[in-house]
Design a protein around this ligand. Structure first.
Ligand SMILES: Cc1cc2nc3c(=O)[nH]c(=O)nc-3n(C[C@H](O)[C@H](O)[C@H](O)COP(=O)(O)O)c2cc1C
Length: 218
């Protein structure tokens, strides 16, 4: 296990794509251990209504990678994509966005070779028209902290991950493939999991906090 201070762990757990070791197998027990740590996260009313699919079968990984690529293709032309935001006036930010684009594209091209995929799921759906904010918050808020716990635990154990969502554009097809009861259970991400190469991860550039903090009034 990597020795990191809590602050180092929290500030250097990055989206790992190009540095995923595609050659080295990942023990399923290690993934399960990270899921056990994920389970320590909070859930609304302590429902613990989460599920984690672990995928190692090559033909399923191939099919999911095809859906992932299709999702990427429609995302990349959308107004919020990293490709669209690379033309911003801020050259530093533009450079970062360009790096993310290249890294994301690398993952699209290599996803099928990542040893393990983890798909976190939550009971309930938020894509109906009548889902109140409080219910949406309870559903997403009951899985996002667990996913992040998983990613932190993975980092501690030498595993790299990235929170990805491209395949969700074809969530129903993925549900059929994985036999997930789509009407009752929502997939929230696809986490590629592999040992990372090298150990030096750095804090990422972020906006100054004055831009995001509002004290007493917006
Ligand atoms: C909700 C969410 C969805 C994301 N979807 C994708 C994705 O589909 N593909 C991808 O390569 N990265 C995806 N990311 C990773 C982000 O691009 C990444 O977190 C961001 O660029 C910041 O990089 P960092 O995590 O290394 O600081 C996603 C992250 C979040 C939180």
């Amino acid at each position: 296990m990597t020795s990191l201070t809590p602050e180092e762990l929290l500030t250097t757990t990055r989206a790992v794509r190009k540095r995923l070791d595609l050659e080295k197998p990942v023990e399923i027990q290690l993934v399960e251990k990270c899921i056990e740590i994920a389970q320590q996260a909070p859930t609304a009313s302590n429902r613990q209504n989460w599920h984690f699919m672990i995928i190692t079968d090559q033909s399923i990984k191939n099919s999911l990678s095809d859906l992932f690529r299709k999702g990427w293709q429609s995302y990349i032309n959308s107004p919020t994509s990293v490709a669209t935001t690379t033309s911003s006036d801020d050259p530093k930010k533009s450079k970062t966005q360009r790096k993310i684009y290249e890294s994301a594209k690398y993952l699209v091209d290599n996803l099928r070779n990542v040893p393990v995929f983890v798909i976190p799921c939550i009971e309930g759906r938020t894509d109906g028209s009548n889902v109140s904010v409080v219910v949406q918050s309870a559903i997403w808020g009951s899985i996002a902290p667990a996913v992040w716990n998983f990613m932190l635990a993975a980092r501690l154990h030498g595993l790299g991950t990235t929170w990805t969502s491209f395949h969700l554009l074809f969530e129903k097809e993925a549900a059929e493939l994985l036999k997930i009861p789509y009407e009752k259970v929502m997939q929230v991400a696809l986490l590629p999991v592999a040992y990372y190469k090298g150990t030096s991860f750095k804090p990422a550039p972020r906006d100054p906090i004055e831009k995001i903090i509002h004290i007493n009034s917006w």
